[in-house]
Design a protein around this ligand. Structure first.
Ligand code: UD1
Length: 427
């Protein structure tokens, strides 16, 4: 049985700020590693067991998508066995892809296994346009024929996929994953250059290799994939979520507390740890993960989001909340997504002093924050409001909590166990 607690779309969080967080937080499996691995189960007719699966709604939705294609799923707490022996390539509708853009990751596995696939184009999303042109170009280079018909990506491989060299114009995580999955079924070797180096890409390669693929170099900018995989049943343990770990590190920092982040891996978080240390936060490895604490005043520091190993865009909003409480001004530059400052007006409702200019935000820290009603707009924006609320005077009500449930497992419970005054209110 999955642990997920069914919540109403209208649930709200009530947070009373001022508590110093102390204790241990168990970091869940990485959502962004789980999603492509669930899609990858469609490549092989043999079962794939995924363990350390986070209990978040994006994962449930992705399992629902592969189920729609005929997969049988056996679920237990934090694990799923996905059996796609009876799967078929069906149309993946706009409604499904619109809800979660990562659904587009089923395109390559369906195409590689069945020779044809029809997946809706994702369209825009809250944090920007997010095109899929690099996914399409990579599949075309491998020999797929792709047309866009009535908003659908219609793909087929009349002569089978053939290994080739793919040079990505920029290191897109999703396009690297698409190319890697398709190449496992191609005839001959594929080389992906300028590949994304995110740990989630390396973890997908580890999962595919456990399933029978032969992939080398994942986690570097050059990935080599031998084709014609001989698939077999497999089991893979998903890496811990470095974005969830970074979020709780900032929770410890913003409240001047101390948290042990069980399972967090320092080697996945070098840029985050470096920046936190520059602001006066202490981070050190412990027996079970990382320990994060702050007992000095917070100093302002500048930030530019970059592909891994640079500072992740998925932690920009959380870092901004932290900088609202630092002494001095900090400049935050977003280079990955064009519309990823939706948390700014909401943080300003709590009293933050932030000026936006294009892709830059100037935060003047040190203003006292006060509780207010705020609106969650996307996953990471929402959690930045939770962090700011933890040190805001009085009560903050955060509406549209379903955004948080997409990617944070039991956020309110984990924070409450460390001393936060937080409760979930029904509609
Ligand atoms: C993944 C993560 C997301 C994270 C992002 C960047 C998952 C499920 N999601 O998203 O949480 O914020 O990496 O670290 O893993 N682009 C194109 N054409 C394409 C593909 C991407 O122009 O075909 C652009 C995007 O619009 C964006 C940039 O490339 O500006 C990076 O996107 P990408 O790395 O592909 O992000 P996702 O895989 O969508």
């Amino acid at each position: 049985m999955a642990l997920i607690i069914k919540v109403s779309a209208m649930d709200r969080l009530r947070i009373v700020g001022g508590q110093r967080l102390q204790g241990a937080v168990t970091i869940s499996g990485a959502k962004n590693a789980a999603l492509p691995q669930i899609a990858a189960a469609l490549l092989s007719p043999h079962p794939l067991e995924l363990t350390n699966l986070p209990d978040v709604t994006d994962v449930e939705n992705m399992l629902g998508v592969v189920r729609l294609h005929g997969a049988e799923i056996t679920r237990s707490a934090h694990a799923a066995t996905i059996d796609t022996s009876a799967a078929v390539s069906k149309e993946t509708s706009y409604d499904t892809v619109r809800k979660m853009r990562a659904t587009v990751l089923v395109l390559a596995p369906l195409l590689a296994r069945f020779g044809h696939a029809r997946v809706s184009l994702p369209g825009g999303c809250a944090i920007g346009a997010r095109p899929v042109d690099m996914h399409v170009a990579a599949l075309t280079a491998l020999g797929a024929r792709i047309a866009i018909e009535n908003g659908l990506i219609v793909a087929s491989v009349p002569n089978g996929l053939t290994g080739t060299r793919i040079v990505l114009p920029s290191p897109s995580v999703g396009a690297t994953e698409t190319a890697m999955m398709a190449a496992t079924a191609a005839k001959g070797e594929t080389e992906i250059l300028n590949a994304a180096r995110e740990p989630e890409v390396a973890d997908l390669a580890a999962c595919l290799n456990a399933m029978g693929a032969r992939i080398e170099g994942a986690g570097t900018h050059r990935i080599l994939i031998a084709g014609y995989t001989n698939w077999h049943a497999a089991r893979h343990d998903i890496i811990p979520d470095r974005i969830e770990a970074g979020t709780y590190a900032i929770a410890a920092a913003i409240t001047g507390g101390q948290l042990e982040l069980t399972h967090a891996r320092l080697e996945h978080m070098a840029s985050v740890v470096q920046l936190l240390e520059a602001t006066g936060v202490s981070v050190w490895p412990g027996d079970r993960g990382l320990i994060v604490s702050r007992d000095r005043p917070l100093k302002a520091a500048d930030l530019t989001t970059e592909p891994y190993p640079g500072f992740p865009t998925d932690l920009q909003a959380q870092f901004m909340a932290l900088m609202c409480c630092a002494e001095g001004a900090s400049l935050l530059r977003e280079t990955i997504f064009e519309n990823r400052f939706m948390h700014v007006p909401e943080l300003m409702r709590l009293g933050a002093n932030i000026k936006l200019q294009g892709t830059m935000a100037l935060v003047r820290g040190g203003e006292k924050l006060h509780g207010a009603q705020v609106m969650a707009t996307d996953l990471r924006a929402s959690v930045s409001l939770v962090l700011a609320a933890l040190i805001s005077e009085g009560e903050t009500i955060i509406n549209r909590v379903y955004h948080l449930d997409r990617g944070y497992e039991q956020l309110d419970r984990k924070l409450r166990l460390c001393g936060a005054d937080i409760e979930r209110l029904g509609a």
